[in-house]
Design a protein around this ligand. Structure first.
Ligand SMILES: [Zn+2]
Length: 656
């Protein structure tokens, strides 16, 4: 209450101190459940537009305190508008309770930690004067009010942008449009030279220990392998929500330099190998995105296999390297990705998975393609592994004005690294081609790259059996009614009543088909296949209750179950043919010595000489030699990489 009356006084008697004079956004806690935002504007304003409409959540959650202003909508935008007859103000105040509901396709306004900590998302505070908009081509370009003046709750410190603040602070967020999360709380952050992490003290102790142990090693490993300097210290917020959500629930979001995750539910509290592995995988997958997702962006959602699949491949590789995952489990995960990919795709190409709503295929097929990429690079004697390849892809994307890359860049770069056209064609076919022939082609192509796949006759694998049983039930239900609606797990399903289909207008439990339990899936599949080819009926249900389906078409062709042999590798380091790349092994000229990244070295040298080079040298140093290529500055195209004498004087690599 004291705070509130003080702010109201300030409204009536504006204080012309430096703090309130410059335009800024003041964010301050009122209680543990309520916050206030004050916009100090450049001049009194009548119409202000929020940077994010955020499903208009403010209309329910916020109270505008300054008299004369109200929240209004204009098309898709949320505005703060002066009501008729009221006087425009230079300082506008709103208050809101802590609101932790997840929002659809939006950043959560607040995330609570079980230990009392709180994340506040700054993007919902940004707004700008609508009167300014006419000076800009689009509202997106209009600068927001971006200086934040942040007050801390008593006893709390703040963590933002890779920094810890013990006291109130002012900070210009710059041009960052998306905003970021600020942590307020008493939890001691984990800080290393290359990572800042805040892990909820309320998270089950075994997971907290696991995160604190794994995160620094994981980030070090990625940093070394990618050989790419991040422009910010990576910041990880890991919150725990002790609600009774079933299973292993997890939500999160990534913002520049920041990963925010929240795991929920009691399942996590019980220490188990399964929960531990899930947890490690989530951290490792998301952490990979700092390098393969944040430094450059993909152009087309249908090409998401590149960043999602490589994040999976890198995650399992890193976890194995760090001793979190045994070799046999690594092989199983990779084989499972390959099988899920082939099974999920059926006759369809990978492109289109987003439109079909099968986004997970980007992970499984992308994982396969990433393994294939690594193997093909190693086989062609390229100086990079999968991580080095991504280093080069990111550098290439940075030449693009929008910082983006696409599938053509990916395959062009493979060509430049010496991967032959046969491999590139076969990889592309998996993404683009229709029909089951692509599985054989992919298998042959992977073998060509050194990845051996064998078909596995047994022993029974529950995941594989479930996948087949599901597909078989789906086929028979659609033969019966043209539609289906069922759910279930393992080899027991329940079909829900289907309207206008007399045969299945009731609930039906399905445990067997063609008098064969679904557990015995290989036999069941053969029998159904034979009966359908002959146009006979097939019984569907349980031993005591079943219906006869007139089957006219055989079930769809299914890919064989594969197993990946030997130590599949994402890079040369595991094959023994080439040692791991050593970022930082480049000697630079004296003034640019501090730069470890070859591109940064070149930029440094060229800036010293006062002119940008017509082409830039990009290169990688390995103990086996220095590999280099020239990139044309105008077109962004890179000529093939070639082995070069050790880099001694950087200046000599610049065009005259
Ligand atoms: Zn991802």
């Amino acid at each position: 209450l004291l705070f509130r009356s003080a702010a109201l006084l300030a409204l009536f008697f504006p204080v012309h101190s430096q703090a309130s004079g410059e335009p800024h956004i003041r964010l301050e806690p009122l209680t543990s459940d309520r916050w206030r935002v004050t916009w100090q504007l450049e001049r009194p304003a009548a119409r202000l537009r929020f940077a994010r409409a955020a499903n208009f959540f403010r209309e329910k959650q916020w109270q505008v305190i300054t008299p004369g202003y109200a929240l209004e909508r204009e098309a898709e935008s949320q505005l703060l508008v002066l009501q008729s007859g009221a006087t425009p103000q230079q300082q506008i105040v709103a208050e809101f309770d802590v609101y932790t509901e997840p929002m659809i396709k939006e950043y959560q306004a607040f995330v609570r930690f079980t230990d009392g900590g709180l994340l506040v998302y700054t993007g919902h505070l940004y707004l700008h004067d609508v009167a300014d908009e006419s000076a800009y081509a689009s509202p997106d370009q209009t600068p927001n009010l971006t200086t934040l003046d942040v007050q801390l709750p008593a006893g709390a410190q703040a963590v933002v942008r890779g920094r810890v603040h013990a006291n109130a602070f002012r900070w210009d967020t710059g041009a960052e449009g998306d905003g970021t999360f600020i942590y307020f709380g008493a939890s001691e952050p984990l800080e290393t030279d290359h990572l800042l992490a805040v892990v909820d003290s309320g998270i089950p102790a075994w997971l907290r220990q696991r995160a604190l142990d794994l995160l620094p090693r994981l980030f070090d490993d990625y940093r070394r392998r990618f050989g790419l300097q991040l422009p910010w210290k990576p910041l990880v917020f890991l919150a725990y929500d002790a609600s009774d959500r079933p299973g292993y629930s997890m939500v999160g979001g990534a913002l520049a330099g920041l990963l925010q995750m929240q795991i929920s539910g009691p399942a996590w509290a019980k220490k188990s190998a399964e929960a531990g592995q899930r947890f490690d995988y989530l951290l490792a997958h998301e952490a990979a995105h700092f390098w393969n997702g944040q430094l450059a962006e993909y152009r087309d959602i249908e090409e998401s296999w590149m960043h999602e699949g490589s994040a999976d491949a890198m995650a399992w590789t890193a976890l194995h390297e760090l001793g979190q995952v045994e070799g046999e489990e690594l092989r199983r995960q990779r084989s499972e990705a390959i099988n899920q990919c082939f099974f999920g795709l059926g006759d369809r190409p990978l492109r289109g998975a987003a439109a079909r709503g099968h986004f997970h295929q980007f992970y499984t097929c992308g994982h396969l393609l990433a393994l294939w990429t690594g193997a093909a690079l190693a086989r062609s004697g390229a100086p990079v592994d999968l991580f080095g390849f991504w280093h080069a892809l990111v550098e290439r994307a940075r030449q693009d004005p929008g910082g983006r890359y696409d599938q053509s860049d990916y395959f062009d770069l493979l060509r430049e690294f010496g991967v032959d056209s046969r491999s590139r064609r076969a990889m592309r076919a998996l993404v683009e081609a229709t029909g089951p022939a692509k599985f054989a082609a992919a298998r042959a192509g992977m073998l060509h790259a050194g990845l051996r796949l064998s078909t596995v006759p047994g022993p029974p694998d529950p995941a594989w059996t479930h996948r087949l049983a599901r597909a078989l039930v789906e086929h028979l239900l659609s033969q019966a009614c043209g539609r289906y609606s069922f759910n279930g797990s393992e080899t027991r399903f329940v079909s829900r009543p289907i309207e206008n289909c007399p045969l299945l207008n009731r609930e039906l439990v399905i445990e067997q088909v063609a008098e064969t339990p679904l557990d015995d899936i290989e036999v069941a599949w053969r029998r159904v296949n034979r009966a359908c080819r002959a146009g006979r009926t097939v019984r569907l249900g349980t031993a005591s209750d079943s219906v006869a389906v007139a089957c006219q078409a055989p079930p769809p062709a299914r890919p064989p179950r594969f197993s990946l042999h030997g130590a599949a590798t994402v890079g040369p380091d595991a094959t023994g043919s080439l040692p791991a790349r050593q970022p930082g092994a480049i000697s630079a000229s004296q003034n640019c010595r501090d730069f470890r990244d070859p591109v940064a070295v070149l930029e440094c040298v060229s800036s010293l000489r006062g002119h940008p080079p017509a082409s830039t040298l990009v290169g990688f140093s390995t103990p086996g030699g220095f590999f280099q290529s020239w990139r044309d500055t105008a077109s962004g195209r890179t000529s093939g990489f070639a082995k070069a004498p050790r880099m001694s004087g950087v200046a000599s690599f610049l065009p005259s």
